[in-house]
Design a protein around this ligand. Sequence first.
Ligand code: KG4
Ligand code: ZN
Length: 341
Amino acid sequence: MSLITLGIESSCDETGIALYKMGTGLLAHALHTQIAMHSEYGGVVPELASRDHVRRVIPLVRQVLQEAGVSLKQIDAIAYTQGPGLGGALLVGASVANALAYALDIPTIGIHHLEGHLLSPLLSDPAPGFPFVALLVSGGHTQLMRVDGIGEYQLLGETLDDAAGEAFDKSAKLLGLGYPGGPALAALAAQGRPDIYKLPRPMLRSGDFDFSFSGLKTAVLTLVKQSNHELQTRADIAYAAQEAIIDVLAHKARAALAHTGLDQLVVAGGVGANKMLRERLSHDIEKRGSRVFYPDLEFCTDNGAMIAFAGALRLTKQRGSKHYRFNVKARWNLQELDYAD
Ligand code: KG4
Ligand code: ZN
C-alpha cells in the first residue's frame, strides 16, 4: 500500500512539515526556522517558540500539500513529534495533528524526536541496512545506540552531562559568537590553527561509551580569560574546542563499532552537520573497513521529513491511533518507546 503520511515537527525552534509516500519517497517538505527570532536573546525562548509554531504550522501544511499536488483527503495518516522537547512547542504540532486527523478520520502517530533523527539517514541514497550503530548528536542529546530494526534500539552509552551540541553552543557563547553556536564555532575554527591549544578530552579512556562535555566550557572559559581576545587567538581556541569534542565522539564511535562487531555507523542530529566531524569519522571509520552514513545536510538539523518518514516506517509495523488527544512528553526516554495506544 502506498500510504501518504503527513509529518509535523515542532519540538524546538523549527517548524518542519513534510509528506512522505511509501514506495515513492518524500513528496514535499518545508521548514521555518526561528533562529533569527531567538538570536536576539542568545538562545531559544520557549514561549516565543510556541507562538511562532502557531503562526507557521498551518501555512506550511498548505504549502507542502500544494507543492506535492496532494489534497487533504489523500493523506492516510499524520505523524507528529510527541517528545522530547519544549512542552508548549510540542503541543502546537500535537494539537494540529490530532485535530486534522480527527477531521479527516485518519490515524495519528506520535513520534519520538530522536527516533526521527536516528532513522533520517535511511532517507538518503545509499542508505544503511539494519543493524547499525548510531551516533546521535543533537543540541539536547549525545548517545551511541545499537539499532537492529524499527523500534529496536539499545543504548550503548550517552553523555552524563552536557550534550555535544550544547558543548558547541556554550563554547561559542564564551567566544562571543551568536546562537546557534555550532555552525558559528565551526566557521571560526576553520580559521584556527592546530596544536596551539590543547583542551581536555574527558572520559576518552573510560572504557565505556559514555561522554562528559560539561568540563569543556570551564576549560574554554579559562583560555578565553587568559587570551588577548584577538581574532586569531579566538579562532585557535575554537579550533581546539571543536577538535576536543570531535576527538571524543570519533573515538567512542569507533569503539562502539568494535564492541558490537557491526560495520555501519550512522550519524544523526544537528552536530552531524559539522564538516570536521564528518571528515574525521569518514577517515577513521573507513580506515577500518566500515562505512559511515549521514543524513543529507538539510535533514541533519530538525525537520519534518524525518518525522513523516519515521511515521511511515512505524505504520508498516503497527496501526496508528484514532484516540485523538495530545499528551506530549517533554521528557521521553528512547528506550521506553511504546507506541501502543
Ligand atoms: O538536532 P538539532 O537541530 O536539534 C536538537 O534536536 O537539539 O541540533 C541542534 C544542535 C545545536 O547545538 C547546534 O549548535 C548544533 O546542533 N549544530 C552544529 C552544527 N550545526 C548544528 N554543531 C556543530 N557544527 C555544525 N555545523
Ligand atoms: Zn533534533
